[in-house]
Design a protein around this ligand. Structure first.
Ligand code: NAP
Length: 307
């Protein structure tokens, strides 16, 4: 077996602990060689608090995986690429489209891999849904993405700060699936965004797209969570449920898992293939829809929100 490649994990918070660390521990491709975080560390792994110091101290670590929120991520990614390291980005890949274009330019110029990950695209039922839709004509599609921000982002005020994207932080997962499975692209035509009176980003959004596609995102849902995409075509209907992990065709379940735990191992396997083959994978289509919603959206002020 080939030696595992060394990776440094940067930003040891909720998603690093929930998904990246277990995925790396089980990976045949990667060895977690160091972490960088101002306050977090992983037992048994060399830890740094300063990113530049880690890059200088560990030239043998060829890849960094960035798990901090989107606003600070560009500076870390650019520094890593300038230091000759391959870079894997959590979703959403940045705070703005232009900064991710710039990262792509840096990676291309240096012959390095940049992987803008979309973990929901790795959900169990997404590939079969994409294959099923490939030769059909979509009549309508509706996304219902309603979850509890207190459960998934406990105390994370950054989601309500500029660049935190608010309810689009989970909503972009739905858009990453939509843009991957639809056989033809769509574009946003209207949006209504609900902003808590004390916050900078929306807590709910209703979106309309060309091609009969609509979406409802809401971060105030307590109890059971809903992550559904329902698509009607010229020849039957499908529903993706559980964030893309279960698939129904004409009302009957045909594929699925209740767990999302396969998504991050699949991302790291893909990163290994990209590094091996010298390629990048940066698809900004989901983020274009979010930027368009922020551009075109009608603003409604709703009740203040506190964690
Ligand atoms: P988080 O726990 O709030 O933040 C992760 C870590 O980033 C923090 O522990 C912090 O580490 C570091 N960080 C925060 N602000 C920083 C700054 N200004 N500069 C440098 N480092 C900073 O957030 P998270 O939930 O893990 O989310 C991080 C990313 O993963 C987001 O893009 C999110 O969309 C994505 N994601 C999250 C989930 C989820 O369920 N929460 C699921 C999938 C994807 P230190 O303070 O120790 O440096």
């Amino acid at each position: 077996m080939a030696a595992r490649r060394k990776v440094a994990l940067v930003g040891i918070g909720k998603i690093a602990r929930d998904q990246h660390v277990p995925a790396l521990a089980a990976s045949p491709d990667w060895a977690l060689a160091a972490t960088v975080s101002r306050s977090g560390a992983i037992d048994g792994v060399e830890s740094h608090t300063d990113f530049a110091a880690m890059l200088a101290a560990r030239p043998d670590i060829g890849t960094v995986s960035l798990c901090m929120p989107p606003v600070p991520r560009y500076d870390y990614a650019a520094a890593a690429l300038r230091a000759g390291r391959h870079v894997m980005l959590e979703k959403p890949p940045g705070a703005t489209l232009a900064e991710v274009h710039d990262l792509q330019r840096l990676a291309d110029a240096a012959g390095l891999t940049l992987f803008a990950t979309w973990h929901s695209r790795m959900a169990h039922a997404v590939a079969p849904a994409r294959a099923w839709l490939a030769d059909r004509t979509v009549r309508t599609a509706h996304i219902t993405w309603r979850e509890d921000v207190r459960k998934w982002h406990p105390g994370q005020d950054w989601v309500f700060e500029p660049g935190g994207m608010g309810v689009f932080d989970p909503g972009i997962n739905a858009l990453s699936i939509l843009t991957h499975i639809l056989p033809a692209p769509v574009h946003l035509t209207a949006a209504t965004l609900e902003f808590p009176s004390n916050r900078q980003t929306p807590i709910a959004a209703d979106l309309s797209f060309s091609g009969g596609v609509t979406a409802n995102f809401d971060w105030r849902q307590e109890g059971p969570q809903t992550w559904d995409i329902e698509v009607e075509t010229d020849r039957g209907a499908i529903a993706l449920r559980m964030g893309g992990n279960r698939l129904e065709v004409d009302g009957a379940e045909v594929a699925g898992e209740n767990s999302i735990m396969g998504e991050y191992p699949a991302l790291y396997a893909q990163m290994a293939r990209l590094v091996e083959t010298g390629l990048s994978d940066v698809d900004l289509a989901p983020m274009v829809h979010v930027a368009d919603a922020m551009t075109l959206g009608r603003r409604v002020t709703v009740a203040p929100f506190d964690f």
